[in-house]
Design a protein around this ligand. Structure first.
Ligand SMILES: [Zn+2]
Length: 316
């Protein structure tokens, strides 16, 4: 393998599943694997990650990147906190390095997704960008001057707890109206479920089985079919998304704002109200170049690919 360009494995640890990819020096993804996230100890998590790395690694793999669903200490690579997960506060970078025998980079899952967009996705060519992913919660990564913004400890860009709806729904952090509680994929599912139960004869209720099943995708399907209540949910979530995006743009002056995650499948039904609210709240828009709000270039594997690209970039 002398002279052969290095490859990396990227791993994305989610609340329910772990995804792994091998990424070549040219950015191709020749192999993928996934497994369920163990709900137990850090040792079980490390064993699951090491097992996936073994399944996808080739002889040129020289490093491993791991995206983690919580606060990652930028100095030690340890997981400082992950809501609801037993392996919170474990020195995961060290443990995974010992298990796989390769250099390991760990970072927050939204940070590595932002890195994927910066290097190979919708942010390519821009040195300053913001990524927000709408999922079970809301993730955020910020690239400033071609580097991920980490802050003093690695905990920067926790936009999920930005207040966008004072007096709104209760967040797992204890506060009311946090962005992640008000406008995540979970928020769409929650609103879809309650609306379906209140209006059992609506198209939305039929698509969700009367509100008994997960309503996130059903909201998009019903909205596409013209259901006013489903359209109103996406309009509401899009508007609250725009509130938060404008706050981030006013703070960081990005060249592009990227929105990822499952709900982006709704396309303009979600993005148009987000852009409208963003434009209303961006400071002095007539005196700056347009700040496009665009859908992410990556779908499901942004985190794993971004983690691998970050590991490759650290090798260089
Ligand atoms: Zn919160």
């Amino acid at each position: 393998m002398t002279g052969a360009p290095a490859e990396a494995v990227g791993v994305d640890v989610g609340g329910t599943k772990i995804a792994a990819v091998r990424v070549t020096a040219g950015g191709a993804v020749p192999v993928r694997a996934r497994c369920a996230t163990p709900r137990g100890t850090a040792a079980e998590l490390v064993a699951a990650v090491a097992g996936l790395v073994e399944r996808v690694r080739g002889e040129r793999v020289a490093a491993v990147g791991v995206g983690l669903p919580g606060m990652v200490d930028a100095r030690t690579g340890a997981l400082a906190f992950a809501p609801g997960l037993e392996f919170a506060r474990a020195p995961l970078r060290e443990l995974i390095e010992d298990a796989v025998g390769l250099p390991v980079v760990t970072d927050n899952d939204a940070n590595v997704a932002a890195w994927a967009e910066y290097r190979r996705g919708a942010g390519r060519g821009h040195e300053h960008l913001v990524l927000v992913t709408l999922g079970t919660g809301l993730g955020c990564g910020v690239v400033v001057g071609g580097r991920l913004l980490h802050g003093a400890r690695g905990f920067a860009a926790e936009a999920s707890h930005l207040t966008v709806d004072p007096g709104g729904v209760r967040c797992e952090c204890g506060n009311l109206g946090c962005w992640g509680a008000a406008a995540s994929g979970a928020a769409i599912a929650r609103l879809g479920g309650s609306t379906a139960r209140e209006h059992p004869d609506s198209p939305l209720a039929r698509l969700t089985g009367g509100g008994r099943t997960d309503a996130g995708a059903a909201v998009t399907a019903a909205a596409r079919g013209g259901d006013d209540r489903a359209l109103a949910i996406l309009d509401r979530i899009g508007t609250l998304t725009g509130v938060g995006l404008a706050a981030l743009a006013n703070l960081f002056d990005p060249a592009v704002v990227i929105v990822g995650g499952g709900p982006v499948a709704a396309g303009e039904l979600l993005l148009a109200p987000a852009r409208a609210e963003f434009a209303r709240r961006l400071y002095s828009p007539g005196d700056r170049p347009p700040v496009p709000v665009v859908a992410a270039g990556f779908a499901d594997d942004a985190g794993a690919v971004g983690a691998a690209l970050l590991a490759l970039d650290r090798l260089r």
